[in-house]
Design a protein around this ligand. Structure first.
Ligand SMILES: Cc1ncc(COP(=O)(O)O)c(C=O)c1O
Length: 405
């Protein structure tokens, strides 16, 4: 069986994790701090905070910004549920926007009809690792007619003076937009290091801070360390260093990264550009070479003059099929020994959001892209021979289902 996306666990990762286990310090400590510094160097962000997930990072930042009941946050209809669930956790309303057919990313031209005086944040999602059009998003929020709608509710919102752009960069570590890496493209960007991601720490995430002046990103980092650890003004390591006494300054959360997770991240980050992304790009290009001349397939966009993806998910589309045929194709691919996937079910298709009255008919592009989409395996240990096997399994299954119409 060819799996969909197993993690790369080799001797280097195992040695670094074992080193942490033997060090006597397994929760947040020196390795987490080193991983944060390395992520700053890698992305160019002003500051980086590591956490136990991207979900925690998104929620922490919404709460820091003071998002709550009465507020609206614009999210794409086509994303993983985490992007919208965190808005619900804060008591605010996710306002969904349809996507652009070619890129699968939110359609900036549709923001105008959705923005209101309740809009506090937009969460663009870099689907499959492809950065959104951040210039167009900033141009939109800075339009006088849009900016004048913004009503700040607290000092932080007053200081920013406009809608916050909180990028869900769960897929896009290492992706580039107009010469700049993700982590520097939005006010705040959140990466995921979940087990299926390009760079994994089993579970994990990071918040990259890039807020404009007069915000002090380092000072905010120090505050977020406190907010992400029960509001304690000292972490566990500092408390062991003689001056044990600590205070709790707010009822904070418990979302810190452990040094065991950071150990994996340190190894993964060191070889990310030189090895991981090179391999993933090769896999994308090989898939494309097999599918591009067959008019039954729409290959994904992942590189042009303006952007370069992080090659996270290969979103293949099959022309003219419906949802049932897609599912039948997936079953046949599986029967041929290949595990594929679908990214994503648009949120209005999911029970919780359906019950809140979101309607898939309001998001026709999201539905059209979803119904004919199949995500192919992409991972470090996938060989060219295995890719050939995947391609044959896909093509044979598609032909069978199309011929049985
Ligand atoms: C687009 C998107 N956002 C957020 C997340 C949440 O990431 P995590 O599992 O690290 O919380 C995911 C996870 O798959 C995702 O795909």
């Amino acid at each position: 069986m060819i799996p969909f996306s197993p993690p790369r666990i080799d001797d280097k990762i195992i040695a670094e994790v074992v080193d942490t286990l033997k060090s006597g310090w397994i929760t947040t400590g020196p390795k987490t701090k080193r991983f944060e510094r390395n992520l700053i160097e890698y992305t160019g962000a002003k500051s980086v905070l590591c956490l136990n997930s991207a979900t925690a990072g998104l929620e922490l930042m919404l709460r820091w910004f003071g998002v709550g009941p009465g507020d609206e946050v614009i999210v794409p209809a086509y994303t993983y549920c985490a992007t919208a669930n965190v808005v619900i956790h804060c008591g605010a309303v996710p306002v969904m926007v349809d996507i652009d057919t070619n890129t699968f990313n939110l359609d900036v031209t549709q923001l105008k009809k959705l923005v209101s005086k309740r809009t506090k944040v937009i969460i663009p999602v870099d689907i499959a690792g492809l950065p959104c059009d951040y210039d167009a998003i900033y141009e939109f929020i800075n339009e006088p007619a849009v900016n004048s709608l913004f009503i700040p509710n607290n000092e932080i919102q007053k200081t920013l003076g406009r809608i916050l752009i909180l990028s869900d960069a769960a897929h896009s570590l290492g992706a580039v937009y107009k010469g700049k890496k993700t982590g520097t493209l939005a006010d705040i960007s959140v990466f995921s290091f979940h087990a299926v991601k390009n760079l994994t720490t089993a579970e994990g995430g990071a918040v990259a801070l890039n807020l404009p002046k007069p915000f002090d990103n380092d000072e905010l980092y120090r505050f977020l360390c406190v907010l992400g650890l029960h509001g304690q003004n000292k972490d566990a390591l500092s408390k062991t260093k003689g001056n044990w006494r600590y205070d709790v300054i707010t009822a904070g959360y418990k979302v810190n990264m452990t040094d065991i997770q950071a150990a994996m991240g340190l190894v993964e980050l060191e070889r990310y550009d030189s090895d991981t992304l090179v391999k993933r790009k090769h896999i994308f290009e090989l898939y494309t070479s097999y599918f591009k001349n067959d008019s039954k397939y729409i290959i994904p966009v992942y590189e042009n003059d303006n952007f370069k993806s992080s090659f996270h998910v290969y979103l293949l589309r099959i022309v003219g099929i419906n949802e049932m045929q897609r599912d039948e194709i997936i079953q046949r691919i599986y029967n041929r020994g290949v595990s594929v996937n679908v990214h994503f079910q648009p949120l209005p298709l999911l029970s919780f959001y359906k019950e809140l009255n979101y309607k898939i008919s309001d998001y026709p592009i999201a539905y059209n892209n979803y119904m004919c989409e199949i995500s192919l395996p992409v991972y470090y240990d996938l060989s060219d021979e295995m890719i050939f096997q995947v391609v044959n399994a896909v093509k044979d299954s598609v032909d069978e289902v199309l011929n049985s119409k």
